[in-house]
Design a protein around this ligand. Structure first.
Ligand code: CA
Length: 465
């Protein structure tokens, strides 16, 4: 427990920070046009107003409640939630009182799920993986309380990167660290008082996995040759400016801001490391879902519509403008527009112009597999990678990964995704018939076969386990 987070004072700070961010957001929303804000009440509901009647909901699909509070972090992963609210897709399915609460950090999102909306916290929202599993297991909660969470869909793929401080330009810190002797940078700093310092936004989840995978594939042991620290995304630009951080991993717009602000460059995009990798997820407290199965499906249908809308590249400039708004990311829309089209200036002369490397929400770009579907094979990769680095004990993978699979079955509710997709009349071809996306391949040639996670672990030279 202590290794995850510890002092009561820090927890208090996170709670306060989370609450004040939410208040700022609520205030901002009052500035919406009257037709969007309805009576102008204090709810942050965008085009979701309860004042507008909702038509054409079949009585058997009418939600048990119209209200939920969902947390989000201002990165492109949150786009389906924000678009579903702003384009009225939540409202279309009867969820007229969705409150989106901006979270100051992943730590405050975790704290706010513990509190729940009744206490001023949240019922669910956007999560890095495997946060819902760790919360369900009581591994990152106060007093190790087990709070069952249900994973309902994946929010996005790609749209993340690893940014490097400008002082390391031209030293081979690219996708393949072995190609241009990038390892020299780490070797030179290893014995000094300032080892190479890399940051992620929350320990033992996605962003830490991306940075660890990249380093280890380049022959660098992240536990021995690098200092790894958690830093909230919003602080990363400042930390890199002051020189206290050599690298960090998070979602757009933060890596790209580093480039735009001329503070550093992008080593690579996560989509280059693992094409159409699982990124962040939508999950709600199990208790809420069990009590409101129809409202859960209504939310999912709203998110699915938003994901389909977002994958139409003709909508992406509008999406950039909505997300960049002061209620949400509060930055110039220009920073989002190019990356949303797969165009990146890497900041060291390299450029990328490849739609296959943009963020996707509904389908995996050129591959055509489902982005939205919560494949259990991806949950298993996150659990396997957790075992690789000693974040979870090896017994999760013993006996054919029995313990991992039991946990995944408790948390992953792919059946609810299927029911919602059927109600939305999604084409049969877009509803996966198996819970495995199959064998996954990484840029360094390593393969993860969900049928044999041990073989993947055995193939990796650098690991803690
Ligand atoms: Ca992310």
């Amino acid at each position: 427990m202590t290794e995850f987070f510890n002092q009561v004072s820090r927890r208090k700070f996170l709670l306060t920070a989370g609450a004040s961010a939410s208040v700022v957001f609520l205030k901002g929303c009052l500035g919406n046009p009257p037709e969007a804000g309805g009576s102008g009440g204090a709810q942050a509901q965008g085009n979701n107003s309860a004042a507008t009647p909702v038509a054409n909901i079949p009585p058997e699909q009418a939600p048990e409640t119209t209200k939920i509070s969902l947390g989000y972090i201002p990165i492109v992963e949150a786009a389906p939630l924000i678009i579903a609210l702003e384009k009225g897709f939540f409202r279309e399915f009867g969820m007229t009182e969705v409150n989106l609460a901006k979270q100051a950090s992943w730590g405050s999102a975790r704290d706010n799920i513990e509190i729940g909306s009744a206490g001023g916290g949240i019922d669910g929202g956007q999560w890095q993986m495997p946060m819902p599993h760790l919360i369900s297991e009581g591994l990152i909660t106060k007093g190790n309380a087990k709070i069952p969470m249900y994973v309902l869909c994946q929010l996005n793929t790609q749209g993340n990167g690893i940014a490097i401080a400008g002082k390391h330009q031209g030293k081979g810190l690219e996708l393949d660290l072995k190609a241009k002797n990038g390892k020299t940078v780490f070797d030179q700093l290893k014995g000094t008082s300032t080892p190479f310092t890399a940051a992620f936004t929350f320990a033992k989840v996605n962003q830490e996995f991306w940075i660890r995978y990249w380093l280890a594939a380049g022959g660098i042991n992240p536990d021995k040759e690098v200092k790894l620290i958690p830093v909230p995304a919003a602080q990363t630009v400042a930390n890199m400016k002051t020189g206290t951080m050599d690298a960090f991993s998070t979602g757009d717009p933060w890596p790209y801001r580093i480039v735009k602000d001329k503070i550093g460059f992008l080593a690579m995009l996560t989509g280059q490391m693992w094409a159409y990798h699982p990124e962040e997820y939508f999950a709600i407290k199990g208790e809420w879902v069990d009590k409101h199965p129809k409202a859960t499906k209504a939310l999912l249908k709203g998110i699915m519509k938003a994901q389909q809308w977002l994958d139409d590249f003709a909508n992406r400039d509008e999406a950039s403008t909505i997300l960049a708004g002061r209620n949400y990311f509060n930055l110039p829309a220009e920073i989002l527009k190019n990356p949303f089209q797969g165009k990146y200036e890497m900041g060291d002369g390299r450029t990328i112009d490849d739609k296959a490397l943009a963020a996707y929400y509904w389908k995996d770009g050129t591959k055509g597999t489902s982005t939205s579907y919560p494949y259990k094979s991806h949950d298993l990769w996150f659990i396997t990678e957790s075992v690789r680095w000693g974040f979870l004990p090896k017994d999760y993978l013993a006996d054919g990964a029995k313990k991992a699979k039991e946990l995944i079955d408790r948390v992953n509710k792919e059946n609810i995704w299927k029911e919602a997709a059927t109600e939305l009349k999604v084409a049969a071809a877009d509803i996966p018939t198996t819970t495995s996306r199959g064998v996954e391949e990484f840029f360094d040639g390593k393969k993860f076969d969900p049928e044999n996670p041990e073989a993947y672990l055995n193939s990796l030279q650098i690991k803690s386990a």
